[in-house]
Design a protein around this ligand. Structure first.
Ligand SMILES: NC(=O)c1ccc[n+]([C@@H]2O[C@H](COP(=O)([O-])OP(=O)(O)OC[C@H]3O[C@@H](n4cnc5c(N)ncnc54)[C@H](OP(=O)(O)O)[C@@H]3O)[C@@H](O)[C@H]2O)c1
Length: 379
């Protein structure tokens, strides 16, 4: 093992121990705009690295450079834990320095925002609260709907559910081809002037839509699926974000759990509350073929004291300094493990060799099919 690897491994293990020792505790960052150098969790008194999404007055600082995806606590990830447990998890995340919480009208629908609103109430002003609009009645199955009057209605409802009077970052969940981007961005711009929204983002938008929206209301972040299993954003979208100074938030950064190595071809889902049984990539044959990726994660992670999930997240963080993944979890141990990824830094050589190795693996099975695929394939 090289000296650099040994140092990284030691720093990772030390951090893990510090976080583990400090799970019972007190509030974290004192301000959303914590500076890069001084952000600390009072839980461990350990400096927490931050990452910046967006530019200038449109920027926000995200502690750990990793947020918490809250969707799975109510939607699409099979088992729904008791509400009290999820509230406790969100509050523990805050104790551990997490300040970026992702939800959407569509998660539940509606119920996830209520859960998040209740959980973050004691520290609402100290965190970045993120939600999304863009579907008829908030239900993806009913189709897209981003007309200005609907955006306003969703925002009013989200504010109520989230028990707040402003949303820090509001995304359009999917581009709606029936509504000109200038109308969508113009509506969000008005909501920003009114103080109901602080920052604007889009999800799964292509370069053309990003440029059209950004010209009306500068975007802080683009949120799209990006992971070792889904590298589409590398083709064009990341370059557009870099050029325009827009941050990037990879969703499903663990490929819906696959990259943790904890789901396999025998995994049973609750089809009433999980989209994975409908997605080609989670069918047993695809899982078996794609297992080469898990082998690669273990091969890299084992000698460095990293789990597959940590390698997958650290690789995303290594792509650009303005990338902030939002792994979703319902479990404190997984949250702690995922945050630990921020403590590992690839050396240039490690990154090159690992990326070459994983790029040789041919991924089988699309990430989405049918309407969902059409909705994510927008320019
Ligand atoms: N903009 C969009 O269209 C969009 C779409 C999908 C998701 N999202 C956002 O992105 C967030 C994350 O996406 P996601 O939930 O689809 O995928 P993900 O974060 O890639 O994976 C989540 C799954 O991985 C498991 N997991 C997490 N950490 C783990 C660990 N360390 N070890 C083992 N298993 C682990 C979770 O189960 P446990 O609960 O057991 O940990 C969960 O089933 C969502 O919460 C949501 O906020 C946005």
């Amino acid at each position: 093992m090289s000296n650099a690897n040994e140092t990284n491994r030691r720093s990772f293990l030390k951090t893990g121990a510090m976080l583990g020792a400090g799970l019972i505790g007190a509030p974290a960052l004192n301000t959303v705009q914590a500076s890069q150098a001084s952000a600390k969790t009072s839980l461990t008194n350990k400096a927490v690295k931050t990452r910046t999404l967006g530019t200038g007055k449109h920027s926000i600082q995200v502690a750990h450079g990793i947020g918490l995806g809250c969707m799975g606590m109510s939607y699409h990830r099979s088992f729904i834990p008791d509400k009290k447990i999820s509230i406790r998890l969100i509050r523990k995340a805050y104790d551990m320095g997490v300040n970026f919480f992702d939800t959407a009208e569509a998660y539940g629908p509606l119920t996830n925002e209520e859960l998040v609103g209740e959980a973050i109430a004691p520290f609402r002003k100290k965190i970045i609260l993120v939600t999304k609009f863009g579907f008829k009645e908030g239900k993806p199955s009913l189709g897209l709907y981003s007309r200005p009057e609907r955006i306003r209605k969703v925002v009013e409802h989200s504010l109520k559910s989230l028990k707040t009077d402003y949303i820090d970052l509001l995304y359009q969940h999917r581009v709606d081809p029936a509504v000109p981007m200038v109308d969508v961005a113009g509506t969000v711009k008005d909501l920003i002037v009114e103080g109901k929204v602080k920052h604007f983002g889009m999800s799964e938008a292509g370069a053309i839509s990003i440029r059209q929206a950004h010209a009306v209301q500068p975007l802080t972040a683009l949120q799209s699926e990006y992971s070792l299993m889904t590298r589409g954003p590398e083709q064009e979208v990341l370059k557009t974000c870099e050029e325009l100074g827009i941050g990037f938030v990879p969703y499903s950064p663990l490929s819906r759990g696959f990259l943790s190595g904890m789901i396999n071809e025998r995994t049973k889902y609750n089809p009433a509350n999980d989209n994975r049984p409908t997605l080609p990539r989670y069918q047993p044959d695809a899982i078996r073929t794609n297992w080469a990726m898990i082998d690669a994660l273990y091969e890299f992670g084992n000698p460095r004291g990293l789990t597959p999930a940590q390698v997958a997240l650290a690789w995303l963080l290594a792509q650009k300094s303005w990338i902030v993944p939002i792994p979703g979890t319902t479990k404190l141990a997984h949250l702690q493990e995922n945050l630990g990824a921020a403590d590992f830094e690839f050396s240039t050589e490690e990154l090159k060799n690992f990326t070459e190795a994983v790029s040789r693996i041919k991924i089988v099975g699309d990430r989405y099919t049918g309407v969902q695929a059409q909705q994510t394939n927008k320019q």
